[in-house]
Design a protein around this ligand. Structure first.
Ligand code: UTP
Length: 296
């Protein structure tokens, strides 16, 4: 039997944030359920996890966000109705959302930051490595980003964070890493700073919403003092884990979209619509007509 310490089996998806960048849409609809074409962001993220061979998803939700968990439930009445009407494809789409993977959930009582959301899952994760995927961060890739990272973890057996080069103006918006590339795309990290000024940043390599963490992160989170706004920062705890255990960064292959941001959400919708053979030609024609008419 494989040692659970060496295999990544569980995924944590924090989805308890307030989604203020997307108000008023997110007043009563969780941003994680907003659709990318016809599939909610959270379902695309869970699909990435499934494609990476993970067997359990731990959703972190909050007041007003339980619909996210409902999305992965059976809906037999609607399924039967669709079957009766001969809409077998739709019935299958409905079924597939609850057969994807085992989904459990835990609530974060108050939005005390990403670090606190991860800490809420301590008992459910237990003493094994796990992957964290932000509930509003999409990565479109040939090989799922989580799978790419699991492969790095399997080789080095140390925590791994996904990295992406950002523009100067975006450096102060991200956690930024410094380190040495030890093989193509794999960086042995020696610095992690949350939202630095450009002059203080060790590089332009930003942390995006995918992390593989060893269970020792929970000790670090428990002893990390809350920062601005009483939030527990995951980056601060990871920086301490890096010092005690080592940490790798991985420049993943693929395109990342911040679906919790209005522009990122629109970009993701256009990109995913262009991949859909039914919509692509119509969308191309429409975008061309918008540009030609000067409306753009
Ligand atoms: P964000 O900072 O993008 O989420 O956190 P937010 O706070 O919901 O968004 P804005 O800035 O107000 O628009 C990234 C991820 O971490 C989760 C969010 O749900 C999101 O998926 N998160 C954030 C939590 O689960 N708990 C928190 O306390 C904060």
């Amino acid at each position: 039997m494989s040692n659970t310490k060496n295999v990544v089996r569980k995924a944590v998806i924090p989805a308890a944030g307030l989604g203020t960048r997307f108000l008023p849409a997110t007043k009563s609809v969780p941003k994680e359920l907003l659709p990318i074409v016809d599939v909610p962001t959270i379902q695309l993220i869970v699909q990435e996890v499934v494609d990476a061979g993970i067997d359990t998803v731990i959703l972190v939700t909050a007041k007003g966000k339980s619909k996210i968990v409902d999305h992965f439930d059976l809906f037999p009445e609607l399924e039967e109705k669709l079957e009766r009407e001969g809409k077998h494809d739709l019935a299958e789409k409905l079924r597939s959302t609850c057969n994807m993977v085992k989904v459990v959930s835990i609530r974060q009582g108050e939005p005390r930051g990403l670090g606190h959301a991860v800490l809420c899952t301590k008992q459910l994760v237990g003493d094994e490595p796990f992957v964290v995927l932000l509930g509003d961060d999409l990565v479109d890739a040939k090989v799922p980003c989580t799978k790419q990272m699991v492969d790095v973890y399997s080789k080095y057996q140390k925590s791994v964070v996904a990295l992406m080069e950002v523009d100067d103006s975006d450096v102060p918006k991200f956690g930024i890493c410094g380190g040495k590339e030890i093989e193509p795309r794999v960086v042995e990290l020696d610095k992690m700073v949350e939202k630095p000024k450009l002059v203080d940043a060790p590089s332009k390599m930003a942390i995006v919403g995918r992390y593989i963490l060893t269970p020792e992160i929970f000790d670090m989170l428990e002893s990390t003092p809350p920062g601005k706004g009483g939030e527990i920062q995951l980056t601060d705890a990871m920086a301490r884990l890096m010092k005690s255990q080592g940490f790798y960064g991985y420049r993943f292959e693929g395109k990342r979209y911040d679906a919790g941001d209005k522009f990122g959400f629109l970009q993701a919708n256009i990109a995913y619509a262009l991949k859909n053979p039914e919509i692509r030609p119509k969308l191309m024609d429409y975008m061309k007509s918008v540009v030609e008419s000067g409306e753009a």
